[in-house]
Design a protein around this ligand. Structure first.
Ligand SMILES: [Zn+2]
Ligand SMILES: [Zn+2]
Length: 343
């Protein structure tokens, strides 16, 4: 079968012929319906993150059950499923709470999940190590569900934790409305009554954010001008939540200038920016956090919302063979919503 392979930091991806895996006891083989193309793959390809080379990329996956390993019950061949991305040990306290994204034994497992150390879903088939990592899709199409497993789950997990702050008289600032951000705007609209300011350097993405429920949009190409524009909207209270889906230095700088007191500053973008957190550098009462991905049960919640049409990943589909070109387009900021590779 064909697979998109990670060949080491600084090297281009390749489409290689690899053997179709065979599920062992407890494992499940998925026929991939779609694999989301995520910005964090660019970090895998360009930075030394400690991954071994030679695995199949793709950590946002959905498809159909192709083959059940010995002892697997509760699923049958042909069932549509999403693959939960962060693979933990399955038995520590965090994993028992379904939060495998915070597995206590992550360091000793050696891989972060399929497409992140282990073979992922940019291939015709994908081996999933345990049935607990699958979420049934029901009537939702795998190609639409695939990006939800990260692009929706990550902001959902982050927003859920901030919900007690999001009353109807508050303002949320979403920095970056690409893959994660365009889902964040929809999730905020569904989950809260807060006012939403969507921010990006790309006018097309801002127009999309407005259609998806943002109350205001601000172009952040000029950080100084954007600071003034956002402060005009939020007033002296400031933003109660800044959700930074980019995480580069300019978005850190901007976020820090528009937050109010007793607020939350949530960074989910892996852009490598930083903030010196101490008294005086940050508004009083501001909690700063870097949540990672989301829980299995939260993925079930996200899938349920998508199945009902309350949220929708805006996708552009490409054949698997075009992976290298799609990554180049993503890097250039040319993908609106989420690119999905179809094998
Ligand atoms: Zn991702
Ligand atoms: Zn664990």
């Amino acid at each position: 079968m064909k697979a998109v392979r990670f060949n080491g930091v600084g090297k281009p991806v390749s489409i290689d012929e690899v053997a179709r895996p065979k599920p062992g006891p407890g494992q499940v083989l998925i026929r991939i319906g779609g694999a989301g193309v995520c910005h964090s793959d660019l970090h895998v390809m360009e930075e030394e993150l400690g991954f071994q080379t030679g695995f199949t990329l793709g950590h946002e996956n959905a498809g159909w059950i192709a083959e059940l390993g010995q002892g697997v019950s509760g699923f049958k061949e042909g069932d549509a499923v999403a693959v939960y991305g962060p693979w933990g040990c399955g038995h520590c306290h965090a994993c028992q709470l379904s939060m495998e994204n915070y597995c206590e034994n992550a360091a000793s497992i050696g891989v972060s999940g399929g497409g992140l150390g282990a073979d992922g879903g940019m291939a015709e088939f994908m081996l999933v190590p345990a049935a607990r990592l699958l979420v049934p899709l029901g009537t939702l199409e795998p190609r639409l569900a695939a990006p939800l497993s990260d692009a929706a789950l990550t902001p959902y997990h982050a927003i859920k934790r901030a919900l007690p702050l999001l009353t109807g008289d508050t303002t949320v600032v979403v920095l970056g409305v690409g893959g994660l951000g365009h889902m964040a705007v929809q999730l905020l609209r569904v989950l809260s009554t807060a006012r939403i300011i969507a921010d990006d350097v790309d006018e097309a993405k801002l127009r999309q954010a407005k259609q998806l429920g943002a109350d205001h949009t601000v172009n952040t190409r000029d950080v100084e001008a954007a600071t003034v524009a956002i402060r005009d909207i939020v007033g002296p209270r400031g933003a109660v939540l800044v959700l930074d889906c980019v995480g580069i230095q300019p978005t850190f700088d901007l976020g820090g200038r528009v937050l109010g007191r007793d607020s939350r500053w949530t960074i989910v973008g892996l852009g490598g920016g930083h903030h010196d957190f101490h008294f005086g550098s940050t508004p009083y009462g501001c909690e700063m956090c870097t949540p990672y991905w989301g829980g299995r049960a939260e993925l079930m919640e996200v899938i349920a919302m998508a199945r009902d049409g309350r949220i929708h990943a805006h996708t552009t589909e490409f054949p698997l063979e075009q992976a290298a070109d799609v990554y180049a387009q993503l890097k250039a900021g040319k993908i609106a919503g989420r690119a999905v590779l179809i094998p």
